[in-house]
Design a protein around this ligand. Structure first.
Ligand SMILES: [Fe+2]
Length: 221
């Protein structure tokens, strides 16, 4: 089983999250410290996108455009609501990391462990159905590049550049363990929408179109 290990210490308002892919735990360069609030509401997450989502993060479109296109693809594929929410919020970790000026990074040279950070914040709000695919979507990219050399050529330039910072190709053993993980299929689905959700100038709606869905999922917990 592929594990995503997270260590954190709590204070009343913020927590320091030390998040890293388990297989990279001995590589100190992979360790990242990020301060985030202990808990977020749906309204705060949407406001975060409205406030910070215009950033281009190396792609031709903004984080918000990318999130909306990803959610629209999930919806078009008939995905369950939890997967639509995961698609919409899968990169929220980039915004959370960016929220702290101390953690500005170069996406092509560095890795902000955004998948772990995002999953850690989404889990208490929406549960594992949303948090797990988010936690594993970078692993899904690494797996696809490992098992399908042609897939690498289809990645965007930024995605290709960030692959090494995210850990590069998987060993055969890790690839096999990931295939056996219960979140394997949903992570692959999310990864597929993620890669296709980078179309310049495509209108995919508004963040607030998803407010009811997110509130419903959150209230059901
Ligand atoms: Fe993404």
């Amino acid at each position: 089983m592929v594990r995503i290990a997270i260590r954190c210490s709590f204070s009343p308002r913020v927590q320091r999250i030390r998040a890293y892919p388990t297989e990279s735990r001995h590589d100190v360069r992979q360790w990242k410290w990020t301060r985030v609030k202990h808990s977020y509401t749906v309204e705060e997450l949407l406001s975060l996108y409205e406030e910070k989502g215009d950033g281009k993060y190396g792609e031709a479109i903004s984080q918000t455009e990318h999130a909306l296109q990803c959610a629209a693809l999930a919806k078009k594929d008939g995905a369950p609501e939890a997967m639509i929410a995961a698609a919409l919020l899968h990169d929220v970790g980039h915004l959370l990391a960016d929220l702290q000026n101390e953690h500005r990074f170069d996406i092509e040279m560095d890795d902000d462990s955004h998948e772990s950070l995002g999953a850690r914040v989404l889990s208490p709000i929406f549960g594992p159905e949303v948090a797990r695919p988010v936690a594993l979507h970078v692993m899904a990219k690494r797996w696809r590049c490992t098992v399908d050399p042609d897939y690498y050529a289809t990645l965007s330039a930024t995605s290709r550049a960030s692959l090494q910072a995210q850990g590069g190709l998987l060993s055969p053993d890790v690839a096999k363990r990931f295939e056996e993980h219960p979140g394997f299929q949903s992570a692959l689905a999310l990864r597929s929408w993620d890669e296709d959700a980078k179309v310049e100038g495509l209108d995919s709606g508004n963040l607030r179109d998803y407010e009811q869905l997110l509130t419903r999922l959150s209230s059901a917990r």
